[in-house]
Design a protein around this ligand. Structure first.
Ligand SMILES: NC(=O)c1ccc[n+]([C@@H]2O[C@H](COP(=O)([O-])OP(=O)(O)OC[C@H]3O[C@@H](n4cnc5c(N)ncnc54)[C@H](OP(=O)(O)O)[C@@H]3O)[C@@H](O)[C@H]2O)c1
Length: 336
């Protein structure tokens, strides 16, 4: 196969090289998958530098999210869920390659009518945002929801889920283009949070200035968001894209009866496995109803493993929106 192997840590994506590598050998519980698209994540940039929480022993192939077709089923499976030729998407170490291995819990079927490009970026963002808003914050029709970094990967998923549940969405982002994208994906109101006065503006948008019912925060804006959250509001702690783990003055949480609620989607596989099919069932329903669509960054195309460094640099440079997905051409593509 061809792939981006890491034999020593690099300073950044520019140093990544695509080389010929031996085909991977699936473990007894793993499928072998031909990769048709791979999606980038900020943690890929950290991992190639040795700065991520999960660092495999050298040498290892970088990348995590992908979509593709099943070439071989697990040797230990008598009744595999995905027969040879199935279109799947998922996440497993080694997705920046033409072949990847993944076990059944790391895979899902590509939704009906979806392209490999759209499906490649679905595995992490959609369930994080659905799980946060539905399981953790109990979203309901009529709620006002503030989505921070609304044009990012999890942000655009959150905008779509919130709209599908009948909420009014206020979206924040840091550029005019990103605000435009948030609006295209359904946000009712958009605000540039580079303007320090955004909490007051959010409050003024809500009925009688009462504030929003739910804040979806992948950035690290809990403290400022307490200013524009309603009595009994919920603030979802999703991530720290701004790079700092926030410290919050707890009196603000007390004064308005606020619930500060965490979400760690990846840990559901360990602590609450039974919730996973419920979340994907809910996402599947929204997709079938046309209420949830793929969020592939389309301002620039990335094609081939050789374009992964550029894709990672664009992602890390905060220039992109949605999911930055790289198409991986395969010899049989014209037949698909
Ligand atoms: N809790 C979970 O289970 C879970 C699951 C998935 C992801 N996450 C976390 O959620 C966060 C967002 O993930 P994502 O996939 O949506 O990432 P992403 O697509 O890269 O989007 C992140 C957004 O954060 C905003 N941002 C604000 N300050 C930033 C800064 N200093 N540097 C870079 N971006 C900044 C950017 O929007 P603007 O330019 O508009 O400000 C950017 O679009 C990450 O921290 C990730 O680790 C958590």
């Amino acid at each position: 196969m061809r792939g981006i192997q890491i034999s020593e840590y690099v300073k950044g994506p520019k140093e990544l090289k695509v080389t010929d590598l031996p085909d991977p050998t699936p473990k007894p519980d793993q499928y072998l998958i031909e990769v048709h698209a791979t999606a980038t994540n900020f943690f890929d940039i950290l991992q190639i530098q040795g700065k991520y929480q999960n660092q495999p022993p050298f040498p290892w192939v970088s990348g995590a999210e992908f979509s593709g077709t099943v070439l071989a089923t697990p040797s230990s499976a008598t009744n595999p869920k995905f027969p040879i030729g199935s279109r799947v998407f998922g996440a497993s170490q080694g997705a920046y390659a033409t072949l990847v291995c993944a076990a059944e819990p790391e895979l899902l079927p590509v939704p009906q009518g979806w392209s490999f490009l759209d499906a490649a970026g679905l595995f992490v963002t959609a369930p994080t945002s659905y799980g946060a808003l539905v399981l953790r914050a109990g979203i309901k029709a009529g709620d006002w929801v503030l989505v921070h970094a609304a044009a990012g990967g999890v942000g655009l998923a959150a905008v779509q889920v919130a709209k599908a549940f009948g909420a009014t969405v206020v979206a924040t982002a840091g550029s005019a283009r990103k605000l435009e994208v948030a609006k295209q994906f359904g946000a009712d109101h958009v605000l540039d949070y580079r303007d320090a006065g955004w909490p007051d503006k959010v409050k003024k948008l809500t009925p009688k200035g009462r504030g929003v019912d739910i804040v979806y925060d992948p950035v690290g804006l809990v403290d400022k968001s307490t200013k524009c959250v309603a009595w009994n509001g919920r603030i979802l702690v999703v991530g720290f894209a701004a790079g700092q783990i926030e410290k919050v003055a707890m009196n603000k949480v007390l004064l308005k009866n606020i619930s500060v609620v965490g979400i760690h989607w990846g840990a559901y596989a360990r602590f609450e496995r039974e919730a996973i099919p419920l979340v994907w069932g809910g996402i599947g329903k929204l997709i079938a109803e046309g209420k949830f669509k793929g969020t592939v960054f389309s301002d620039k195309e990335f094609v081939g493993l050789e374009s992964i460094p550029d894709a990672l640099l664009a992602l890390g440079g905060r220039e992109t929106w949605g999911k930055v997905v790289v198409k991986i051409p395969q010899p049989g593509d014209s037949k698909l």
